[in-house]
Design a protein around this ligand. Structure first.
Ligand SMILES: C[C@@](CO)(OP(=O)(O)O)[C@H](O)COP(=O)(O)OP(=O)(O)OC[C@H]1O[C@@H](n2ccc(N)nc2=O)[C@H](O)[C@@H]1O
Ligand SMILES: Nc1ncnc2c1ncn2[C@@H]1O[C@H](COP(=O)(O)OP(=O)(O)O)[C@@H](O)[C@H]1O
Length: 284
């Protein structure tokens, strides 16, 4: 049996760091949304045990170090039928970019393989096992826009978000999430009660845009501030670094303007620029 799935990227519309925990991780308060830039994941079931992963054309680990392999192993073990899997990932999401590509691949493999094997894991188990693979994996299993708290593993539905377009600009270098958290200087935490719950217009989203990880990342990579300015000059209502960066997204309420901004920013040959829209909900 062979199946193909889309593994979408995410953006963090807001990311507030509440504090450092005893285990070294940070408690967060985020609004997260999946967008239409996606890796293509092909899963083939095999009669013999073992997992193989390849990501053609990308300098990424293909064995056990690939998070998609670890995700597959969890589901195959739960099925307990001595089966294996071969996974091929067409990486379209830039790697180590703040777009959650690895986490999305892992969640997509867990959910997809689980379905192919007759659902040995219930939704709660997928969320729990996903959290063991990476802090962002449960959000992708969740399958809809969400408020994410804890390390990103506690998820709560958000009322419908307004239709908008985003232009993603990736400057072409990778940033390590662990490095960003490790160099963070914590400021006074946010009063979460002040965050809005309902978003009826694009302006409501613009008011939310905030990322506590921006300062440390921009201090090392000033190009990120430059990209933000260019997106706003090209007509974005607001622009923000996503997650630990370095990808920046601009928020547009007009698709043609977003298209023009994409064309304009694509003139820089070092940048990868994508025009995307929010992904429709897909609950497991
Ligand atoms: C910043 C965010 C925002 O969505 O995403 P990215 O920008 O990386 O996609 C996440 O918090 C990233 O989540 P994820 O990339 O899954 O993190 P993990 O692999 O579990 O952790 C990598 C390292 O980051 C640090 N870490 C991660 C999450 C967190 N809440 N606090 C942390 O301090 C830890 O040092 C950990 O060892
Ligand atoms: N399938 C995968 N896709 C991307 N990165 C992966 C994958 N498997 C393991 N990794 C590792 O995870 C790290 C984080 O990658 P990624 O999820 O793309 O970034 P981010 O955490 O910024 O969203 C990479 O540096 C890479 O070495």
């Amino acid at each position: 049996m062979v199946r193909e799935f889309a593994a979408p990227a995410k953006i963090n519309l807001c990311l507030h760091v509440l504090g450092r925990r005893a285990d070294g991780y940070h408690d967060l308060h985020m609004l997260m949304q999946r967008v239409s830039l996606a890796d293509r994941v092909v899963i083939a079931l095999r009669d013999e045990p073992g997992v193989e992963v390849e990501c053609p054309g990308v300098d990424l680990a293909s064995g056990e170090q690939n998070i998609a392999a670890r995700a597959a192993r969890v589901v195959l073990a739960a099925a307990g039928r001595g089966l294996g899997a071969r996974i091929c990932i067409d990486k379209r999401i830039p790697v180590a970019a703040g777009l959650g590509g690895g986490s999305s691949d892992a969640a997509t493999v867990m959910v997809g393989l689980n379905r192919m094997l007759g659902a040995p894991l219930a939704r709660e188990a997928l969320l729990r096992e996903g959290a063991r693979l990476g802090a962002d994996v449960p959000f992708f299993v969740f399958g809809r826009p969400a408020w994410a708290t804890g390390v990103g593993d506690r998820l709560r539905r958000v009322a419908a978000l307004p239709p908008v377009w985003y232009v993603l600009v990736n400057p072409g270098f990778a940033v390590s999430t662990a490095w960003v958290y490790g160099n963070l200087r914590l400021t006074s935490p946010l009063d979460v009660a002040k965050l809005p719950e309902f978003f009826s217009s694009p302006d409501d989203l613009v008011r939310l845009l905030h990322n506590d990880l921006e300062q440390v990342t921009i201090a090392r990579y000033p190009q990120i501030a430059d990209i933000k300015e260019r997106l706003v000059a090209a007509g974005a209502l607001g622009a923000l670094m996503s997650g630990s960066g370095p990808t920046v997204f601009g928020l547009f309420d007009d698709e043609a303007l977003a298209g023009a901004a994409q064309a304009q920013l694509s003139r820089n040959p070092e940048w990868r620029v994508f025009k995307v829209s929010p992904v429709v909900d897909t609950e497991v």
